[in-house]
Design a protein around this ligand. Structure first.
Ligand SMILES: [Zn+2]
Ligand SMILES: [Zn+2]
Length: 257
């Protein structure tokens, strides 16, 4: 069995400090590939560097909506340059987050649109972070994202109705361990309607350990096995069949080889 954690932050403090052990535990659990995702210029540089060191590790580079207020022309020039490095397979994470509003909505929209443009120019897929901003995110994608090679909504936390809209546009959906949480009925309903050829798995670690490990403060790729088991059962599939299907989806989407 082979599983890929399609969205983790292995360059963040607690994981980066212990990376060899983190990866060893991951492989032991059956999670044998990783896409480490950048969120700001410094993390992007680290992500590219880290992915270069390890087999089966890839990087994505982007500016998180939280950091959109810092985006200048220079930021975007460097981002575009990094995005063309070896083993960089996606732009992101980018998108809109109106829950925290750490950057103003207009700064977020500006940074998001600029990153979609880079993805288009470089023919890279995009990893979308969308929190309490579904309509606005879809509107920007409708204007600037329909001809992008691939679009995935990461850490999907919307309803089945919203999942259907995402799927109808040809986009993909990725689930974290949040789907295993007791109060996550809404997300479970969404997960039920996403076919495995549009579904990917992620930890978004170091955040949000899945049940039954929710108490583990620092989430890590090894724990994605719990999310995989949970979703396989939800879809009434054999774990191996489910893993094979979503791994094939991930490899196709990010063009991993
Ligand atoms: Zn995110
Ligand atoms: Zn993330």
């Amino acid at each position: 069995m082979e599983l890929i954690d399609t969205h983790c932050h292995l360059t963040f403090e607690h994981l980066a400090d212990d990376i060899e052990a983190v990866l060893a535990r991951s492989v032991f659990a059956g999670v044998t590939g990783w896409l480490t995702v950048g969120t700001d210029p410094q993390q992007n540089r680290k992500a590219v560097e880290l992915a270069w060191k390890y087999k089966n590790m890839y990087a994505a580079v982007g500016i998180h909506p939280h950091d959109a207020h810092d985006v200048t022309a220079d930021t975007l020039t460097e981002l575009k340059e990094l995005a063309q490095r070896e083993k960089v397979v996606a732009l992101g994470e980018t998108g809109l987050d109106f829950h925290y509003n750490l950057s103003s909505p207009s700064d977020q929209k500006r940074a998001f649109t600029a990153q979609l443009k880079i993805a288009k120019e470089l023919n890279l897929p995009v990893i979308i972070h969308c929190r309490e901003a579904f309509d606005e995110t879809m509107e920007i994608l409708y204007q600037h994202g329909l001809d992008i090679r691939g679009v995935v909504f990461h850490c999907f936390s919307g309803s089945a109705e919203q999942a259907k809209i995402v799927l109808d546009h040809g986009f993909y959906i990725s689930f974290t361990g949040v789907v295993t949480f007791i109060n996550a009925d809404l997300i479970r309903k969404a997960a039920k309607i996403v076919p495995t050829d549009r579904l990917m798995l992620e930890t978004d670690c170091p955040y949000m350990s899945p049940e039954p490990m929710r108490k583990q403060k620092t989430n890590e790729p090894a724990l994605m096995i719990h999310t995989a088991k949970y979703l396989a059962e939800l879809k009434q599939m054999d774990l191996t069949d489910f893993a094979d299907a979503v791994t094939a989806t991930s490899k196709n989407f990010f063009d991993l080889h």
